[in-house]
Design a protein around this ligand. Structure first.
Ligand code: NAP
Length: 514
């Protein structure tokens, strides 16, 4: 564990055990003072070593809990447990740090302040997480992620102030880590706050101008130049450091402002990955294994998710982040004079009740309408009548990865009924009725047939290949990509206009009276 604080010790030039040997152990820490008070006067150094070793062990356990938690998070059935396992690991690591951590023989100070801050954060997090509706989850994730980035930047700034006060220059390695953590954390903080404001509808317009990418790159370059100057000088210059943080914060704003709302989940995932990297640099700086592992896990998971989302939309990450596509409903209506067929709930009830095989395609509109429970009641009624019912899940349906899985899990849909897009598509020509509920882009055949469409190449659920399609939505408005949907004008498609929840309840009522 001497290794653990290696950088700090090298920086301050002090032996962490110096001055400690004469100090009564009772002052070391709350808990260890009680446990180790007997041997303290005979062998204090070894007690500190035991504490350090214990702490290192706890950190290894916490790191393992993050990895197990992440693994469990990858399936809806185990996701809750995964969340709990990782959170428990984090809690144990925090408590152990407060009890066992020592630097230069001194225990952690300001415990009351730390506990108070934790209490405020826990209450705020608990209340907001309980209150937030499912549809607002992406902006909440963005807000929380921004806090993580802000923490990394604040830690870096504090360490610079400490070094400046102590008059001891940072080593090039230590200052590089601090600078990297500060720049990446600041970009993540301001970028996440803008993403939050956009998704929350607080910022409605995307600011775009010619040469924007060049201007933005110049701002980022300026932050990097300032950072490099700090590293090269080797002196802790708080003013220069603050200027660098301000430039990085500005870059975060400038980076996210032009990106359209539809691409915000990808941006959030990317910024999440940045926060992980910033924390990992912090972990390297402190030689803190749990911070390092946590940062690496978040950084890698965020980047993988970013890549997966981009791939599911058939776009590159660079295209998502720098092409400034993704504005809501920007495309012109290309429907022309094409006709579509509108049906009543009675018609829909007959089609569904007398089908043998029904596939339900849920989308963002189902989440908006909070119609998941009504949908499950309808499918249970159909199954009671001998209809086979399955749910087709598109990877980017809704507004965040796994949105539909979470939504349907909330209504206790058995996981066996959820079928991935690749598995359900070959069955489509044999399906009697596809019921599209609040989905649009993910069933747009233009992705397969129209090379000029912004959706071209995106894998879709082939609802158009089924014998009959019923689409529940409120109007002919486009989906998030802002493009018209050729599916609505096909001869085998019937439109059932209305709010998803209200329509599902009405259709269920009609089926019961058939
Ligand atoms: P969508 O294309 O956004 O379409 C949602 C549809 O729901 C709209 O056409 C809307 O039509 C309808 N709707 C809204 N409120 C409704 C209500 N109360 N009742 C009934 N219908 C309602 O949704 P999607 O098919 O799920 O596709 C998701 C889109 O988000 C894709 O473009 C995807 O690329 C993008 N995206 C997703 C993620 C992710 O991680 N999931 C990430 C990035 C981007 P009306 O207004 O006419 O009702």
């Amino acid at each position: 564990m001497a290794e653990t604080n290696g950088l700090l010790n090298r920086r301050s030039g002090t032996n962490r055990y110096r001055g400690f040997e004469s100090r009564p152990l009772r002052s070391i820490s709350l808990w260890s003072g009680a446990v180790f008070s007997a041997p303290v006067f005979c062998c204090p150094l070894s007690v500190v070593m035991i504490q350090d070793s214990l702490l290192a062990l706890v950190y290894v356990g916490a790191s393992v809990s993050f990895i197990i938690g992440l693994k469990l998070l990858s399936h809806p059935r185990t996701a809750r447990r995964g969340n709990a396992v990782a959170a428990a690991g984090m809690l144990v690591a925090i408590v152990a740090t407060m009890l066992l951590h020592t630097a230069d023989g001194k225990p952690l100070g300001n415990i009351a302040l730390i506990l108070a801050a934790m209490a405020v954060g826990t209450v705020a997090g608990w209340i907001s997480a309980r209150r937030v509706p499912m549809t607002a989850m992406p902006q909440m994730v963005s807000l929380f992620n921004g806090m993580g980035g802000g923490c990394a930047a604040a830690i870096a700034l504090l360490e610079t102030v400490h070094a400046a006060e102590g008059g001891s220059p940072l080593t090039p390695a230590a200052s590089s880590m601090i600078v990297a953590s500060a720049i990446i954390g600041s970009v993540s903080l301001s970028g996440s706050l803008i993403a939050f404001a956009k998704l929350q509808g607080l910022i409605e317009r995307s600011v775009r101008f010619r040469g924007q990418n060049i201007v933005n790159s110049a701002v980022l370059l300026l932050a990097i130049v300032l950072g490099s100057t700090i590293v090269a000088r080797g002196q802790s210059d708080t003013a220069l450091f603050s200027g660098m943080i301000a430039t990085a914060l500005f870059y975060g704003v400038a980076f996210v402002m032009p990106i359209g709302g539809a691409d915000m989940p990808v941006v959030i995932s990317f910024l999440n990955s940045c926060t992980g990297v910033a924390a990992a640099f912090g972990g390297l700086f402190y030689g803190n294994h749990v911070m390092l592992t946590g940062g690496i896990v978040v950084g890698a998971a965020g980047m993988l998710l970013t890549l997966l989302m981009a791939r599911a939309m058939n776009r590159s990450v660079l295209n998502v982040l720098f092409s400034h596509f993704g504005e809501t409903a920007i495309a012109a209506d290309t429907s022309g004079q094409r006709s579509m067929r509108s049906i009543t709930p009675d018609d829909a009830a007959v089609m569904l009740r007398y089908a043998r095989d029904v596939v339900i395609v849920p989308g963002y509109g189902l989440a908006v309408a909070q119609g998941q429970h009504a949908l499950v009641k309808l499918s249970t009624e159909l199954e009671r009548s001998g209809v086979r019912v399955r749910y087709a899940i598109h990877p980017v349906a809704g507004r965040m990865p796994g949105h539909m899985n979470v939504l349907l899990a909330e209504a206790n849909v058995p996981y066996e009924q959820l079928v991935e897009m690749e598995q359900i598509n070959p069955d489509m020509p044999q399906v009697d009725v596809v019921l599209v509920v609040g989905a649009n882009d993910v069933v747009n055949p233009a992705a397969r047939t129209d090379p000029s469409s912004p959706l071209w190449g995106m894998p879709i659920i082939d609802a158009d290949r089924a014998r009959n399609v019923i689409v529940i939505k409120r109007s002919m408005n486009p989906g998030y990509a802002g493009v018209d949907n050729a599916l609505f004008y096909l001869p085998n498609t019937s439109m059932l206009f209305g709010d998803a929840k209200a329509m599902l309840e009405t259709v269920l009522d009609r089926i019961k009276h058939l």
